[in-house]
Design a protein around this ligand. Structure first.
Ligand SMILES: Cc1cc2nc3c(=O)[nH]c(=O)nc-3n(C[C@H](O)[C@H](O)[C@H](O)COP(=O)(O)O)c2cc1C
Length: 279
C-alpha cells in the first residue's frame, strides 16, 4: 500500500518544479505590467509637476527647498500665471503646429523631419541637432510680460545638462538659471545646483549693447560697475569643462539658432507698445 502511494505523481519532480516556476513568473509579470500601466498617468502627472516646479524655481518664484510660495500658493496656482506657448525658433513667431500639452522639444530634436543638424561652428552647446519648434513659459501681469522662461540644454563634461533660463521683462536681464538634470560630478561640475552659485545669475545681462549673447563665466571678476561685469558669473572651481558648457549653452539658446529671434520680436513689440502708449 505504502509503495503504491509513492508511485503517484511526484510533487518534487523536475516537471512540477518547472511548472510552478513558470506559473509564478506569469503571475509576477501580470502584476508588474498591470502596476506599470496603472501608475503611468500618475508618473506623467508627477513629471509635469516637477517641470512646473523647475520653471517656477528658475523664475525665482519658488524656493529650492519648498513646494509652496512664500505667500502660501501651490505650484499649480503659481503656474496658472504662466502661458505656455510653442515658438518656431527660426522665425521667432508663435506657432500652433504642436500641442503644447504633449509636445516634447527634446524628443523633436532627435527627429530629422522636425529638427535641423547643427554645423560644428554653430553647435557650441554640442547638441548635434536642434528642434524647429520649442516651448516658452510666459508670466504676465497688468503691465504686460513680467517674466519669460526658456528651456536650455547643452553638454558639460559627462553629459547634457537640462534646465530653464528665466528672463525679466526687458528680455535681457537674467532672473535665474536652474538645471533639473545633469551628470556632472557632485562637488565639482555638480555645483551648478549650489543655490549660492545660482544666485550669482540674478541681474546678469544676457545680451550686450549690440544685441549679441554675452554671458561669460570667469575665474576673476572684472571691477564692479565696469561694463564687462554686467555679463559675468563666477566660474565653477575645479570644473572648467562644466563651466564652459554652461556658458556655451546659455549663449547658444540666447543666440540666432536659439530663442534670439523670438526674444528680439518680444522686445520690438514691447518698444512699439510703449511708443504707441506715449501718443
Ligand atoms: C573624478 C573626477 C570628476 C570630475 N568631474 C568634473 C566635472 O563634473 N566637471 C568638470 O568640469 N571637471 C571635472 N573634473 C575635472 C576635470 O577633469 C578637469 O581637471 C577640471 O575641469 C579642470 O578645472 P580647473 O581648471 O578649474 O581646475 C573631474 C575630475 C575627476 C578626476
Amino acid at each position: 500500500m505504502a509503495e503504491e502511494m509513492q508511485k503517484g505523481p511526484n510533487k518534487d519532480g523536475l516537471a512540477n518544479t518547472f511548472l510552478i516556476a513558470v506559473f509564478l513568473c506569469l503571475i509576477c509579470s501580470i502584476v508588474v505590467s498591470g502596476l506599470a500601466v496603472s501608475l503611468k498617468p500618475m508618473q506623467q502627472l508627477n513629471k509635469e509637476l516637477d517641470q512646473k516646479k523647475n520653471i517656477l524655481r528658475a523664475a525665482g518664484l519658488l524656493a529650492a527647498d519648498s513646494d509652496i510660495s512664500e505667500d502660501g500658493r501651490t505650484v499649480e496656482e503659481m503656474f496658472a500665471d504662466f502661458n505656455v506657448r510653442a515658438v518656431n525658433l527660426d522665425s521667432g513667431e508663435y506657432t500652433d503646429v504642436v500641442n503644447v500639452e504633449s509636445y516634447d522639444p527634446i524628443r523633436a530634436a532627435a527627429d530629422g523631419t522636425v529638427s535641423i543638424g547643427l554645423s560644428e561652428d554653430d553647435d557650441i552647446a554640442t547638441l548635434g541637432r536642434r528642434e524647429n519648434v520649442s516651448l516658452v513659459f510666459i508670466k504676465t501681469n497688468d503691465a504686460g510680460i513680467d517674466k519669460v522662461v526658456i528651456p536650455v540644454r547643452g553638454f558639460g563634461l559627462w553629459g547634457t545638462l537640462y534646465g530653464y533660463l528665466a528672463l525679466e521683462s526687458d528680455f535681457s536681464t537674467i532672473a535665474g538659471l536652474g538645471f533639473y538634470q545633469h551628470k556632472e560630478t557632485p562637488g565639482l561640475g555638480g555645483e551648478v545646483d549650489n543655490p549660492k552659485w545660482k544666485q550669482g545669475w540674478q541681474g546678469v545681462q544676457l545680451y550686450d549693447e549690440g544685441g549679441q549673447p554675452a554671458v561669460d563665466l570667469v575665474k576673476l571678476r572684472s571691477p564692479v560697475n565696469s561694463d564687462a561685469s554686467r555679463y559675468e558669473v563666477d566660474a565653477l572651481s575645479g570644473a572648467t569643462f562644466t563651466t564652459r558648457g554652461v556658458k556655451n549653452l546659455v549663449n547658444f539658446w540666447a543666440g540666432d539658432l536659439g530663442f534670439g529671434p523670438f526674444l528680439q520680436k518680444l522686445k520690438a513689440q514691447q518698444m512699439q507698445a510703449s511708443v504707441g502708449g506715449q501718443h
